[in-house]
Design a protein around this ligand. Structure first.
Ligand SMILES: Cc1cc2nc3c(=O)[nH]c(=O)nc-3n(C[C@H](O)[C@H](O)[C@H](O)COP(=O)(O)OP(=O)(O)OC[C@H]3O[C@@H](n4cnc5c(N)ncnc54)[C@H](O)[C@@H]3O)c2cc1C
Length: 416
């Protein structure tokens, strides 16, 4: 079949691979001049198959006043009077209860664990290099209340097939010796051995190159899709300026821009940008070998090749992609505080920001659309890098009218 994929981020490139490998004729349309240049460019690098809990949770109600008053340095709202945000926020707050949280964790864990297997298969099939490591992941806690809440989530996760260990401070240091100087401040940690890390930008580039070399895939850069040609409830073609691209099937993987493209079709995708930042510094001998999430500062650390990636911050700031230098400095300071010997903190931090395509319940939107030959693979929020390969394989199954390996409850547009 002839298939057009819109968007060459980690989700679009993975989808292209899944379908090209099955023998389909793929055209990948990318508005930038390279793949993986938007949100997939410098994310936290964590492949967090088991840390899938949604931001929308019952505990958030207690934190809400602090968040709204701007007392959490990791969170900021600057776009309060945006009607799209208000509609999204209502859906988000409706998802902040324990039953929904449980359901989302179960759905996301099913997807995360499946994705771990698929990612390993893709690596074995392609042998592409992207600074991948079986790093494990350790979430560390300094606040007793947050630690207690996380233990409840750990129990739900382990009931749903994960194997997350709770550790005391001493055990955290045994897993990651670079935390030794912080031992007295830690109340505990959650460790997932199966979690990994890797550079999603390198992955996009290497996988796209592999597809072009090995399969029938046309990759067209500087090609922003601007419209759709329809016939009844089928898409006939997409247009980009004066060009048009006809196909049997279309997959929408345009990250945060999926929203405006879907709107042209009269579809409202409940996805809002959650802006985040990262810095990337030359690593030094004190760099953590384990992927770390500091739950107090809400900052993640991944060692990618000989660089340390430090990422975090959640801003509801609309579609604004201006890099705020204070945020870059905030990440640098968070790094220096937790791991003073981990990186050359005097080097250029390569400050970057990206817009996470975020749904109210933190789960992606994959699968059918109201148009018979259009599928969604978008809205992956904080976990697009983690979930890309699993979602690609599911999308390929759906296009071929096969039953995906996992159930899609809570992962399609129908839940909204
Ligand atoms: C600070 C930060 C840290 C993060 N850390 C992690 C992490 O540790 N682990 C994790 O799993 N995830 C993480 N994420 C989330 C992850 O990066 C995203 O979920 C993921 O990159 C989304 O991929 P995507 O392909 O959907 O979107 P994108 O990477 O944005 O790709 C969409 C592509 O579509 C193209 N496009 C847009 N419009 C059009 C159009 N009209 N026509 C053609 N092409 C178009 C864009 O140019 C872009 O290349 C993080 C995100 C941020 C911001």
């Amino acid at each position: 079949m002839k298939i057009v994929i819109i968007g060459g981020g980690v989700v679009g490139v993975s989808s292209a691979y899944a379908l090209a490998r099955r023998g389909h004729d793929i055209t990948l349309l990318e508005s930038s001049s390279r793949v993986g240049e938007q949100t997939s460019y410098a994310n936290g690098g964590q492949l967090s198959y088991t840390q899938v809990e949604p931001i929308a949770n019952a505990y958030l109600w207690r934190q809400l006043p602090r968040l709204l008053l701007g007392r959490d340095p990791a969170f900021r709202i600057t776009h309060l009077f945006d009607s799209t945000l208000l509609r999204w926020a209502v859906q988000f707050l409706r998802a902040c209860h324990s039953q929904q949280e449980r359901t989302t964790i179960a759905n996301m864990l099913r997807l995360g664990l499946y994705t771990q297997t698929v990612t390993a298969q893709y690596m074995a099939q392609t042998e592409i290099q992207f600074h991948h490591r079986h790093s494990g992941k350790l979430c560390i806690f300094q606040c007793p209340k947050a630690w207690q809440e996380s233990i409840k989530r750990k129990t739900i996760k382990n009931q749903n097939g994960a194997s997350v260990q709770s550790l005391n401070a001493e055990e955290c240091v045994a897993i990651e010796p670079q935390l030794a100087h912080k031992q007295s401040q830690l109340v505990g940690g959650l460790y997932a051995k199966i979690d990994e890390c890797g550079d999603s930008h390198l992955f996009c580039q290497a996988l796209a190159h592999y597809c072009q070399k090995k399969y029938t895939m046309q990759l067209i850069y500087d090609c922003p899709v601007t419209g759709w040609q329809l016939h009844n409830n089928r898409i006939q073609a997409v247009t980009s300026h004066s060009d048009h691209f006809a196909a049997d099937y279309f997959i929408l993987c345009a990250g945060i821009d999926s929203v405006s493209l879907a709107r042209l079709l009269g579809i409202r995708l409940p996805i809002y940008p959650l802006k985040g930042y990262s810095i990337t510094l030359p690593a030094q001998s004190g760099a953590p070998q384990t992927s770390i999430t500091d739950m107090q500062a809400k900052v993640v650390f991944s060692l990618l090749g000989n660089h340390l990636r430090i990422a975090g911050i959640a801003e509801l700031a609309g579609y604004n992609k201006i890099i705020d230098k204070h945020r870059v400095e905030q990440l640098r300071q968070a790094g220096e505080k937790l791991f003073p010997q981990a990186a050359d903190y005097t080097a250029d931090p390569h400050g970057w920001c990206g817009l996470r395509p975020y749904t109210p319940d933190s789960a992606p939107i994959i699968g059918e659309s109201p148009y018979t030959n259009l599928f969604f693979n978008t809205g992956h929020g904080m976990l697009g890098w983690t979930l890309a390969c699993g979602c690609a394989e599911i999308t390929a199954d759906l296009v071929e009218h096969r039953t995906p390996a996992i159930g899609l409850d809570g992962l399609t547009l129908a839940r909204f």
